[in-house]
Design a protein around this ligand. Structure first.
Ligand SMILES: *[C@@H]1O[C@H](CO)[C@@H](O)[C@H](O)[C@H]1NC(C)=O
Length: 312
C-alpha cells in the first residue's frame, strides 16, 4: 500500500508539476511569427519591426519614430535604438528611485504610436478588430518591486483618447487604454481603463486568477495569469475587438509567447463609432504614483518586434 501511494505521488508529481507550472508561466515559445500574429486570423494592413517574420498582410518596417508615427513623447526621457540579444530594440533606462514619468529622477519612456501609415489609416478609420504585438526583455536579475507599466492598445473619440491613464475620471466613456503591467515577482496582468460600466466590471471580474476593480485608477485584470522571467525575450500579443455601439460584444485577448492567457468577452467600449482604436500606448515606468513603487536599482528593459495588424 505504501509503495502504491508513493508511486501514485510520484506519478502525480511527474504529471502535475509540469502542467501547473505551464499554466502559471506559459513561456514555451512557438514561432516568433505566431507569437506576434496568432494563427486562426486573417491579417491586413499590418507592420512589424521583427526581422524574419513574413506573415500574409504584414509588411516589415524599421524601428523608427517617424515610420511608426510616434507622437507625444514624454520629454526628458530616451528610447534609444540598440542591439540587444539578437534584436533591434528600444532601450528603457530606469534609474534607481524613478517611479513616475513626471517625478525625479525620470525613468522609462512614454509616447503614443500609430504604427505604419497604412495601419494607422486603417485603424483610425474604424477597424473593428486589431492585433498589437511586441517583445520585451527585462535585464537579468531585474528587481520588480511593486510593479510597472507595459505597452498596450488605446483609443477613443479624437483627442479624448489621450491621457486615459493616471487616475483620469472625466469623460471615461470617451476613451480606453489597454496597457499591461508587471507586478511583484514579475506577475503579469492586463491593466485597463475602460468605460466604468457595471457590464464591464462584471466581465472583467470573472477572468481569474485575481482581478482588482479600482475605479480611481485602472482595473488590475487577471493578475498572475503569467509571470515574466528576467533575462530573456518574452513576446506579447493583444487582440482588441471593438464593441458595436450600445452592445456589450467587445473583446480583449492576450497571448504570451503564443499562449493565450487572458480572453475577456462581453465588454462595452463605446456608444458611437466616433470612438476608434488609435494605436499603442507605450508608457514604460515603475509605478504607481508614490515612491514606494520606485525602481530599487539602476536597471534596464528593452522593447522590440513592435507589430500591429487589422484582423479581417
Ligand atoms: C452607453 O449608453 C448606455 C445607455 O444610455 C449607458 O448605460 C452606457 O454606460 C453607455 N456606455 C458607454 C460605453 O458610454
Amino acid at each position: 500500500m505504501k509503495t502504491f501511494s508513493t508511486l501514485t505521488n510520484f506519478i502525480a508529481l511527474a504529471f502535475l508539476v509540469p502542467i501547473t507550472s505551464a499554466n502559471v508561466t506559459p513561456l514555451q515559445h512557438r514561432s516568433l511569427k505566431t507569437n506576434l500574429f496568432p494563427s486562426g486570423y486573417t491579417y491586413a494592413s499590418g507592420f512589424t519591426t521583427a526581422s524574419g517574420v513574413s506573415a500574409n498582410g504584414v509588411t516589415p518596417v524599421a524601428l523608427s519614430d517617424s515610420v511608426l508615427n510616434v507622437i507625444k513623447a514624454t520629454s526628458g526621457l530616451t528610447h534609444n535604438v540598440v542591439s540587444q540579444n539578437g534584436k533591434t530594440a528600444w532601450e528603457a533606462v530606469y534609474p534607481k528611485g524613478s517611479y513616475n514619468p513626471s517625478g525625479t529622477p525620470k525613468g522609462g519612456f512614454g509616447f503614443y504610436l500609430g504604427g505604419s501609415d497604412k495601419f494607422q489609416t486603417a485603424v483610425q478609420g474604424g477597424a473593428k478588430q486589431v492585433i498589437f504585438g511586441y517583445s520585451v526583455m527585462f535585464q537579468k536579475g531585474f528587481q520588480w518591486n511593486m510593479g510597472g507599466k507595459l505597452p498596450g492598445g488605446f483609443g477613443g473619440i479624437g483627442d479624448s483618447a489621450f491621457g486615459c491613464s493616471g487616475g483620469r475620471q472625466t469623460d471615461r466613456e470617451e476613451c480606453f487604454d489597454l496597457r499591461l503591467m508587471w507586478r511583484s515577482n514579475g506577475k503579469g496582468e492586463l491593466y485597463d481603463y475602460l468605460p466604468l460600466t457595471s457590464t464591464n466590471a462584471k466581465a472583467l471580474s470573472t477572468v481569474g486568477p485575481e482581478t482588482i476593480l479600482n475605479s480611481d485608477y485602472g482595473y488590475s485584470v487577471s493578475r498572475g495569469s503569467w509571470t515574466f522571467p528576467a533575462g530573456q525575450w518574452v513576446t506579447v500579443a493583444e487582440r482588441i475587438k471593438m464593441s458595436d455601439p450600445h452592445k456589450a460584444n467587445g473583446e480583449v485577448q492576450i497571448w504570451i509567447n503564443g499562449n493565450s492567457v487572458i480572453n475577456v468577452k462581453g465588454l462595452e467600449f463605446r456608444n458611437t463609432t466616433d470612438s476608434v482604436i488609435q494605436g499603442m500606448h507605450f508608457q514604460i515606468f515603475f509605478g504607481g504614483s508614490t515612491s514606494d513603487w520606485a525602481s530599487p536599482i539602476n536597471q534596464k528593459a528593452w522593447f522590440a518586434d513592435v507589430s500591429g495588424a487589422v484582423i479581417i
